[in-house]
Each structure stands twice: as structure tokens, then as C-alpha cells.
Design a protein around this ligand. Sequence first.
Ligand code: NDP
Length: 253
Amino acid sequence: MNTISGHTFFLLVWCGLAVITFAVLLRISAPYGRHRRRGWGPGLPNRIGWIMMELPALGAFAYFFLTGNTPKTAASWLFFGCWVLHYTYRSLIFPWRLPAGRKRMPLLIAGMAILFNSVNGYLNGTSIGSLLPAYPSGWFFHPAFLTGFALFATGLGLNWQADNLLLHLRHTNPDGYGIPHGGLFDLIACPNYFAEIIEWLGFAVMTLSPAAFAFLLWTAANLIPRALVHRRWYSQHFDNYPPERRAIFPGIL
Ligand code: NDP
């Protein structure tokens, strides 16, 4: 098996695992945040957990992109920049914005996320860094790039906006939860998850990299079930939760 077909085989297995994960998460909610519960082993502080979980995605992508032998072009550097921007925020800035309280997450969840992020960083860094041909100089005018970049930028902006609104709620109400308002929260329970999916859809479309589509599948597999369970949780805990709000896709789901 040569490198390309080995990579393709691994990608297919990886996509199969995403589908299985989706089915499992529809039945068992990941036990962190408001869904944390007993029976999932020892925990670690939330903030440390987030840093440990997300840094491998940054490190693995950077390593495999930078050491890959495909010539680097303006487009591939831009994709590198998009990845680094997202993961610098997620692994270093977002955790420091969480309250330094007593909240913990199970070590098991952090371990699974480290594996997931390492593999995604490896697959995406290798694809753009060494497996796919170099992006041509005209790539910035390609409809896939124009559409994908617009989606990525919109998703990133909406994700940061939703995170800001939630973190504001978290800081004003350190021991409990409130009903979020503003931005897409007036339409859906989880705009942060919706935006994350839009962002990685954009990345996949602008790179046309199979590994990026696999990452999109994984993101949806993780976040759609979690949004459904968040939405159910809100209506169970707040009598006045607006019933018209969907879970993740405005007007649809
Ligand atoms: P949540 O929406 O569950 O929580 C985000 C933060 O906001 C937490 O600090 C949470 O507190 C707080 N919060 C949420 N809702 C409320 C509320 N109603 N009242 C007060 N505080 C609230 O998001 P996640 O922690 O699951 O995810 C964080 C980010 O990571 C998101 O932007 C998500 O898109 C991204 N992510 C991406 C994944 C991927 O596969 N690409 C997978 C998982 C996450 P508390 O912790 O106390 O609940």
C-alpha cells in the first residue's frame, strides 16, 4: 500500500468511526459541562483539560504541514493561518477566559479528545503539507476558495460571538445557568456549535481536502447530538425557555 492509498484507507476508517460516534452520542451525552455526572472516573480542572485537549490539534497540524514536502504557496499558508488562528484561540485563549472555579471534566473525556485532535491535526497537516498537490497561484479566484473562505470567516466570527455571550453568562452567574439571548441564540440553543460546523464546512470547501471533509463529519458527529441534548436540557430546566428555538440549525433541527 503506498502512502496515498494508506492515507485514504485511514481516512475511510476514520469517517466510519465518526458515524459510530454520532450514533453513540445520540444515546450517551459526553459527560462534561452541564452533563457531567458520576461514574466517569477521575477528573481534572476544566481549564487544564481544554488546553491539553486542543493543543495537540495545533501542534500536529503545524508539524506535519511545516515538515511536508509539497511546495508551500500563498493559499496553503493561508490555510495554515486559518487553522492556527482557530486553534490558538481554542487551546490558549478560550481556556483562560473560563472562570478559574472548581469545575472539572473527566480525564477520560480529555484523553479521548486528545486522541481525536491529534489524529485530525495529523490528517489535515499531512494532506495540505505533503499529499495534495500545491495550490496554484490562481486558487484565490476559484469559486471553491471564495465560497469556503466566506463560510470559514462567517463561522469563526459567529463562534466567537456565541462563546462571548456564553462566557459573559457564565461569569455573571458563576454557579448556575441562564437562558442566553442575542445573536443566533434567539433562533437556536447552540449557535457556538452551528458556527463551528459552518467554519469547518468552509475549511473543507476552500481546501477541497478529503481530510478536511472528514474533520467536518467528525465535528457534526460530536456537536449535533450535543446540541440536541443541550436543547432538551434547557426545556427541562427553564419553564420559560422559548419553545420555538431549535437545537442547532435555524428553523430545521
Ligand atoms: P458549551 O456551550 O456547553 O459551554 C461553553 C461555555 O459556556 C462553558 O463555560 C459553559 O459552562 C458556559 N455556558 C454554556 N451555556 C451556558 C448557560 N446557559 N449559562 C451559563 N453558562 C453557560 O460548549 P462546549 O464546552 O461543549 O464547547 C466549547 C467550544 O468548543 C464551542 O465553541 C464548541 O463549538 C467547541 N467544540 C468543538 C468540538 C469539535 O468537534 N470541533 C467539540 C466540542 C466543542 P459549563 O462548562 O459550566 O457548562
